[in-house]
Design a protein around this ligand. Structure first.
Ligand SMILES: Nc1nc2c(c(=O)[nH]1)N[C@H]1C(S)=C(S)[C@@H](COP(=O)(O)O)O[C@H]1N2
Ligand SMILES: [Mo]
Length: 204
């Protein structure tokens, strides 16, 4: 059974057993959580790019215009933050990760992990096989509108299978690696595997 959470705007997912991972409550708000400041951008077409490097045939760089020309998909999914809020049926649009791979140099067979590099040095590490799942994407729209600055404008990762900290906001680079390398929260004591269904919140 789910305990009713104290806050007024949150509700108990009665009848939703199996839909919400253990220890989570459901919110209809969209909390904002991050370390550091919200980046400000002036001219994305001139100043923004997305870089890929590491275990890849050659490093590459996509401009804002090049990235926005890639085919997009929509995904409706539930998201689960390690601070215990879950939000159901969130709808995102962006470039599916496995589609993105078709538009960059070939990644090496040795590549098994990805580190997302974000503004201000934030990083998050994710196994490549998780990113190859259908709902993992490079997202730039939420509920049909451009992401707001605090939710990651102009680009964030969406990795719904993991606690939401792996859905890195303000994404600027993807590093492909043969060996895993801990990201920002992972080094800070959070569980590297971060599976909400197994309640993998903190490092052992
Ligand atoms: N760049 C960056 N991305 C980040 C974080 C951060 O500190 N920096 N925090 C993560 C955490 S802990 C969560 S729960 C989600 C929150 O996303 P939201 O603010 O859109 O709800 O962003 C994740 N992405
Ligand atoms: Mo989080």
């Amino acid at each position: 059974m789910f305990d009713r959470f104290k806050k007024q705007y949150d509700w108990t997912p009665e009848g939703l057993e199996g839909r919400v991972p253990p220890g989570q409550y459901v919110t209809e708000k969209f909390p904002v959580l991050h370390y550091g400041n919200v980046p400000q951008y002036s001219d994305l077409e001139q100043t923004w790019d997305l870089r890929v490097w590491g275990e890849i045939a050659e490093p590459a760089r996509l401009s804002f215009v090049e990235f926005r020309a890639l085919p997009t998909i929509q995904v409706t999914t539930d998201i689960h933050c390690v601070t215990r809020w879950s939000k159901l049926d969130t709808r995102w649009e962006g470039v599916q990760f496995k589609e993105f791979l078709k538009h960059i140099p070939a990644i090496n067979p040795a590549a098994r992990f990805v580190v997302a590099h974000c503004e201000q040095g934030f990083t998050a590490n994710i196994p490549l096989e998780i990113l190859l799942e259908d709902e993992a994407m490079l997202a730039y729209k939420y509920e049909d509108a451009e992401l707001t600055p605090e939710h990651g404008y102009p680009l964030r990762l969406l990795v719904p299978k993991k606690y939401f900290w792996k859905s890195a906001k303000w994404l600027r680079g993807l590093e492909f690696l043969a060996e895993d390398k801990l990201g920002f929260w992972e080094r800070y004591g959070y569980n590297n595997n971060a599976d909400p269904w197994r309640e993998e919140r903190y490092a052992e």
